[in-house]
Design a protein around this ligand. Structure first.
Ligand SMILES: Cc1cc2nc3c(=O)[nH]c(=O)nc-3n(C[C@H](O)[C@H](O)[C@H](O)COP(=O)(O)OP(=O)(O)OC[C@H]3O[C@@H](n4cnc5c(N)ncnc54)[C@H](O)[C@@H]3O)c2cc1C
Length: 257
């Protein structure tokens, strides 16, 4: 069972610094961690590998410093890392990111399952999983809460919906996005850390992937962030007293303006 886990580098603090020109996140690798949702995806992949055998490859599109996070993932059970890194990928929106990741998946070649986190804690569009599946022509299930069974040919799981839960089965190869609390991510082990220091981690440039750079990075991004700002917090607080009926009447009056 060969599994690809997509992991994104995200700022470890809430202090997201944006480039004043391009309005995209300044990613310099300082203070960055693996996107929390992806640690659950990684753990799920490692548990499947422990049951069925096979290999777990962690895939990321990011700056060269992202290699450190791929090695962290290998200290938690992944076998190999693949990093797509090139200035041509910078400033990508979700369409350009999923295109680049699809080239990374094709470069890896043999896989049965792709696991993404539900969302990234910085961009939090939750778009990459479904977009990557569409780009690769794969069936996908988003918001997976629990994998009920998986073998070489299919996967059955519980997904969260607005109405509750749904049990779904999908033929492999396929892509799923996982929710937090699908499992308890393991911490790096001593042997895992030793392995991660020399484990295979391959970097690919846009040229090596034969990427159409008209579809990558800021160039390939139909979504352009035109302005970023911190919304002003203002407005005075008003205490509304009296009985419930009086308070409700007062609030209605305020809403009506
Ligand atoms: C504040 C802000 C708002 C943004 N708004 C938009 C927007 O409205 N539309 C838009 O198209 N782009 C937007 N972007 C850009 C977007 O963040 C990037 O395209 C990003 O690469 C992917 O989107 P995401 O962070 O929302 O990831 P999500 O779709 O939330 O991530 C889901 C999963 O996809 C995988 N994944 C995501 N990125 C990578 C990666 N680089 N490498 C490996 N796996 C990955 C991970 O498994 C992750 O858990 C925004 C960025 C910021 C900072």
């Amino acid at each position: 069972m060969n599994i690809i886990v997509c992991v994104k580098q995200v700022p470890s603090t809430n202090e997201v610094r944006l480039d004043p020109e391009t309005h995209t996140i300044i990613r310099d690798g300082r203070q960055s961690v693996i996107n929390p949702f992806d640690t659950y995806g990684l753990e799920e992949a490692v548990q499947i590998k422990e049951r069925l055998g096979g290999k777990v490859t962690v895939l990321s599109m990011g700056i060269p410093a992202t290699e450190r996070l791929l090695r962290d993932a290998m200290s938690r059970g992944a076998d190999e890392g693949v990093l797509l890194t090139d200035r041509a990928f910078a400033g990508a929106d979700t369409l350009a990111t999923s295109y680049a990741l699809s080239l990374g998946v094709k470069q890896i070649g043999d896989y049965d399952l792709i696991i993404c986190g539900k969302m990234a804690v910085d961009g939090d569009t939750a778009q990459i999983g479904p977009e990557l599946a569409e780009t690769l022509g794969l069936p996908h299930i988003a918001d997976v809460k629990k994998i009920l069974s998986v073998d070489e040919t299919s996967l059955t799981c519980l997904k969260i919906t607005d109405e509750g839960e749904q049990e779904l089965q999908v033929p492999l190869p396929a892509l799923i996005t996982v929710l937090k609390d699908i499992n308890m991510p393991r911490l790096p082990s001593i042997t895992g850390v030793e392995f991660s220091l020399t484990a295979p981690c391959t970097c690919f440039s846009a040229q090596q992937l034969e990427a159409d750079t008209g579809r990558t990075g800021l160039n390939g991004s139909p979504t352009q962030v035109v302005r970023t700002f911190t919304p002003e917090r203002g407005g005075e607080a008003q205490e509304i007293a009296g009985s419930l009926e009086e308070q409700a009447a007062k609030i209605l009056e305020i809403i009506k303006g």
